[in-house]
Design a binder for this molecule. Structure first.
Ligand code: GDP
Ligand code: IMO
Ligand code: MG
Length: 422
């Protein structure tokens, strides 16, 4: 059996949590392979909203195992809070497994993240301040602490040494408010909760499961345009968010990757700083934010909004090898007389469909195609054939431009608001 992959094709928040929760019923294992508590994956079941940060979105399905893979970075405080919320709902958390090789986010990683941002003035990344960048830096710098180290004798010493390094490094940044003692107390308390989770040797676990015929879905966090290598650097996150990240993040070989599901909103959003060529800083952008409730699931920040960018999507579809497209938030376009789609970039007067090295350089304009909206409520529809002709035309345009079939269309935040096409 191969590992299927589901990931975001834009700047995150495409609706991954909702779709993973839906299709998890067809899988035995859902596995997160990168990112950490910077993610906020929203799932709405029977009117109840759940936001997951570290735990995979298969956790609301019976008989599904949820693996937090070694590419994920873990803040014990956040994970412990998530576990408690699930326990309070009466859910079984013995179906959550934690990779021993996953790295730990220390309180001082969060401190460094905040202090580094404070030093940047106008150049701020707009980080979620969850300590993601500094933790991945310690991982590649070979200083990190991992889940598998927690029970080792020298854990406390190694923690102290790393903390000391962070405090020294922090001296280059402006002073910020951070309650070190309180954060450290919460961190060590939360570690006790993590010790109750089953830990695994992730690559062996995943490969054994595949060999036993189990169906596995890898759940991406963030989006392809936030990838450390191929995103809008430096306004990116610190992990490989692409399908290629699944191999290192879970310990599977490239030839074991199966279908890749790519998710895009019917428009586009971004939270945090950085270029966004189709951004709308006007009433239309405000309307998209309002109808789409575009406020961050992790930080509550208002998300920037704009039209869908097909040049950008073509790029991330190629990077990921997307086989199936899922378009979310179709219902959010119900009330737009005209819908625009970015189809070409004009760079210094030359038309191109190749994404430029930098998207924020002067002289880059986006060319749009305008289509008629459907001007009616599609939220209650469950069958693609029932969609108004204008909505079908919009989907056909995407398929023809992007050369990938749209096999899922999401038309509401609830679990069942989905049209699946075979
Ligand atoms: P993720 O990070 O990709 O899982 O996405 P988020 O949960 O951060 O943001 C997606 C938001 O859109 C959440 O509030 C979802 O409940 C909501 N959502 C997902 N799909 C749809 C949809 O088809 N229509 C509407 N109206 N909301 C949706
Ligand atoms: P999900 O999984 C949207 C953005 C931050 C910031 C940049 C770097 O919910 O789609 P970081 O904290 O990673 O150092 O921040 O990346 N970012 C996200 N934006 N959705 C996310 O996750 C994000 N995770 C990080 O806003 O611009
Ligand atoms: Mg999110």
């Amino acid at each position: 059996m191969p590992v299927d992959v589901l990931l975001g094709l834009q700047w995150g928040d495409e609706g991954k949590g909702k779709i993973v929760d839906y299709i998890a019923r067809d899988y035995d294992i859902i596995a997160r392979f990168q990112g950490g508590p910077n993610a906020g994956h929203t799932i709405i079941i029977n009117g109840h909203k759940h936001v997951l940060h570290t735990i995979p979105s298969g956790v609301f399905r019976d008989d599904v195992l949820n693996v937090i893979g070694n590419g994920v970075v873990i803040d014990p405080i956040v994970l412990s809070r998530e576990l408690k919320a699930l326990k309070d709902l009466g859910l079984d958390i013995s179906n959550i497994l934690l990779a021993k090789k996953a790295h730990l986010i220390l309180p001082t990683h969060r401190y460094l993240d905040a202090a580094s941002e404070a030093s940047k003035g106008k150049e701020k990344i707009g980080s979620t301040l969850r300590g993601i960048g500094p933790t991945y830096m310690d991982k590649t710098g070979r200083n990190g602490l991992r889940i598998g180290d927690i029970e080792s004798e020298d854990f406390k010493n190694r923690y102290e040494r790393l903390k000391h390094k962070h405090l020294e490094l922090g001296k280059i940044y402006p002073k910020i408010d951070f309650d070190f003692a309180e954060e450290e107390r919460k961190w060590f308390d939360s570690l006790e909760d993590l010790k109750k989770l089953k830990t695994i040797n992730c690559s062996f676990f995943i490969n054994d499961a595949l060999n036993a015929g189990k169906k596995i879905l890898a759940e991406g966090a963030q989006g392809s345009m936030l990838d450390i290598d191929y995103g809008t650097y430096p306004f990116v996150t610190s992990s490989n968010t692409l399908s290629s990240g699944v191999c290192v993040g879970l310990g599977v070989a490239p030839n074991r990757i199966g279908k890749v599901f790519g998710i895009s909103k019917s428009y586009c959003t971004r939270v945090g700083s950085g270029p966004f060529p189709t951004e709308l800083n006007d009433e239309t952008g405000e309307k998209l934010r309002k109808v789409g409730h575009e406020f961050g699931a992790t930080t509550g920040r208002p998300r920037r909004t704009g039209w869908i960018d097909l040049v950008q999507l073509k790029y991330t579809i190629q990077l990921n090898g997307v086989d199936h497209l899922c378009i979310t938030k179709m219902d959010c376009l119900n009330d737009f007389g005209e819908i625009c789609l970015g189809t070409d970039y004009k760079v210094n007067g030359h038309m191109t469909r190749e994404l430029p090295y930098r998207l924020d350089e002067k002289g880059i304009d986006v060319e749009y195609t305008t289509m008629n909206g459907w001007n009616c409520d599609i939220n209650s529809l469950r069958n693609y054939n029932e969609l108004p002709e204008e909505a079908k035309e919009y989907i056909r345009f995407l398929e023809s431009y992007l050369e990938v079939p749209v096999t899922m269309i999401s038309n509401g935040p609830e679990r069942e608001s989905l049209m699946v096409r075979n």
